[in-house]
Design a protein around this ligand. Structure first.
Ligand code: ADP
Ligand code: GLC
Length: 470
């Protein structure tokens, strides 16, 4: 199958979370499974800098008012084929792909990602006269969801569409005026169309019109069909249940491999787990924590948002040193949560260290140097960090939701709890600390996690089957 994979972020160049990791790894696995894959992504400054020699393949001027002054550039990075959408007025902006300097959404995001979606649909239509035309347009999240709507609403021959939900919380909601600005027909403004409580919803548009829908774990696929976890779209998703599949994400085994990780001072594998202790010491030193072996070190690497349930951790603040544990946190996001973490770290300098920011190298060092990894998420479509930590022999402590429930087995390779409360988290931490003190049981847990296969090979097969069925 010829597959166009459309994404608003791609690691290592532009990444705010797991979608960036998925967009870098899944297309390669899809290609290995026999598909001919191109990735369509905006030509952000970071990509322009990294790939200045990309060749222009098409100027898109004149097709559509939305297309003004845009062009497509092509580049190959290893086995990855990139199609980069150049439109300086929309994408030549520094930093985070969605937010302006004040931390607020860019006011023209509907045009920026409307264009991305429109060009994806154009590539998949018989208007496209380039030598390559996809059979399937694979959209990801609201930023490219509109491609599915364009493909269905525009006349002519067309590719089939698949929309993957990475996070139902981000829906791409805009005022009604945006409808005509992004070139959707007036007739699509209805309950069975793109309207969502008086606004235009990019995500709903995609869910209505995509030929197939996937999400990133089987448990999340069930959760989002309910009123409680469906975030206003549960009814629609339930209605589309026959076309909705939960496919657990994989992880990039080259990028996240404790034996060959460039970011680690002391690489290790399942046969020399003792070297993990040296990484712990290095991490403690880097985070200015006392280098103690008699306490377990907990790690957190996360966007700091309500989704991640980290306020349960700050609520426990004063209880952590008496458990006793140390805690190393790397994250950025909501300023209220950043402040809570800063304050609790100030109160307990010998036990809690916090770094606010985005730091790829430190993320790897925490996965390796921590004894346990903490993810008390309120909801978690898949979650990649718990799979990284399984691979790094760092048993995860998670709330049993979404992909966390599908990957962490309580008492076998990690610990899981159900109630999103600080009390439930504390009880689970106590169990984990007691288990950590039993060295041989702990070793078994580490080995179990490290032996699991979380590669992209099996998920890529599942996606390929769905492409073929379309
Ligand atoms: P989400 O996509 O909801 O943020 P995931 O667990 O799927 O959650 O993926 C998060 C990805 O982003 C992981 O690769 C994680 O290591 C990375 N990450 C999150 N916050 C940071 C940070 N502050 N510094 C470095 N990497 C981070
Ligand atoms: C989203 C989800 C996360 C998932 C990632 C990649 O950001 O929050 O759970 O792992 O997408 O699919």
């Amino acid at each position: 199958m010829k597959v166009l994979f459309v994404t608003s972020e791609i690691a290592p160049w532009v990444k705010t979370g797991g979608l960036g990791d998925v967009a870098a790894a899944l297309p390669l696995a899809l290609a290995e499974a026999g598909n001919d894959v191109r990735v369509l992504v905006p030509y952000y400054p970071a990509l322009r800098q990294a790939l200045p020699k990309a060749t222009a393949v098409a100027s898109l001027d004149g097709f559509d008012a939305l297309f003004a002054n845009s062009a497509l550039h092509e580049a190959r990075v290893g086995n990855l084929s990139l199609l980069m959408l150049d439109c300086p007025a929309y994408y030549d902006r520094p930093g985070n792909p969605y937010l302006g300097p004040q931390g607020r959404d860019w006011p023209d995001n509907h045009l920026r990602f409307g264009l991305l979606s429109r060009v994806a649909a154009w590539l998949g239509s018989d208007e496209n006269a380039l030598p390559w035309r996809p059979d399937v347009v694979h959209c990801n999240d609201w930023q490219s969801a509109l491609a599915a709507a364009y493909l269905r609403l525009l006349p002519g021959g067309r590719a089939r569409s698949l929309l993957t939900i990475h996070n139902l919380a981000f829906q791409g909601l805009f005022p009604r005026d945006a409808l005509l600005q992004v070139g959707l027909p007036e007739s699509s403004w209805s309950l069975d169309g793109v309207e969502f409580y008086g606004q235009l919803s990019f995500l709903k548009a995609g869910l209505q019109f995509a030929d197939a829908i996937t999400t990133v774990s089987p448990t999340y696929a069930r959760e989002i069909q309910t009123e409680v976890d469906g975030m206003g779209l549960g009814g629609l998703l339930h209605h589309r249940a026959a076309s909705l599949h939960g496919i657990l994400n994989g992880i990039d085994g080259n990028e996240w491999d404790p034996a060959h990780d460039q970011h680690l001072p002391y690489p290790y594998d399942v046969h020399n787990l003792d070297a993990k202790a040296a990484n712990k010491h290095a991490l403690q030193a880097q985070m200015h924590l006392p280098q103690r072996d008699d306490l377990p070190l907990l790690g957190i690497v996360s966007r700091l948002t309500h989704q991640k349930g980290l306020d349960l951790v700050t609520a426990l603040g004063d209880a952590l040193p008496v458990l006793p544990v140390q805690l190393a946190v790397l994250g950025s996001g909501e300023s209220a949560l950043e402040d809570l973490f800063r304050r609790v770290a100030e109160r307990h300098r010998n036990h809690i260290a916090v770094k606010i920011g985005f730091d790829e190298a430190l993320a790897h060092r925490i996965e390796a140097g921590a004894d346990m990894f903490l993810m008390p998420s309120r909801f978690e479509p898949c979650g990649l960090n718990q799979m990284y930590s399984l691979r790094y022999g760092t048993p995860p402590i998670v709330r049993a939701t979404g992909g966390l429930a599908d990957t962490v087995i309580d008492g076998v390779n990690g610990f899981a709890f159900l109630e999103p409360t600080a009390a439930a988290l504390l009880a689970t931490l106590q169990r984990a600390v007691a288990t950590w003190r039993d060295r041989s049981r702990w070793r078994h847990m580490q080995q179990d996690g490290m032996a699991r296969d979380h590669s992209w090979a099996a998920p890529a097969q599942r996606y390929s089957q769905i492409y073929a069925s379309l």
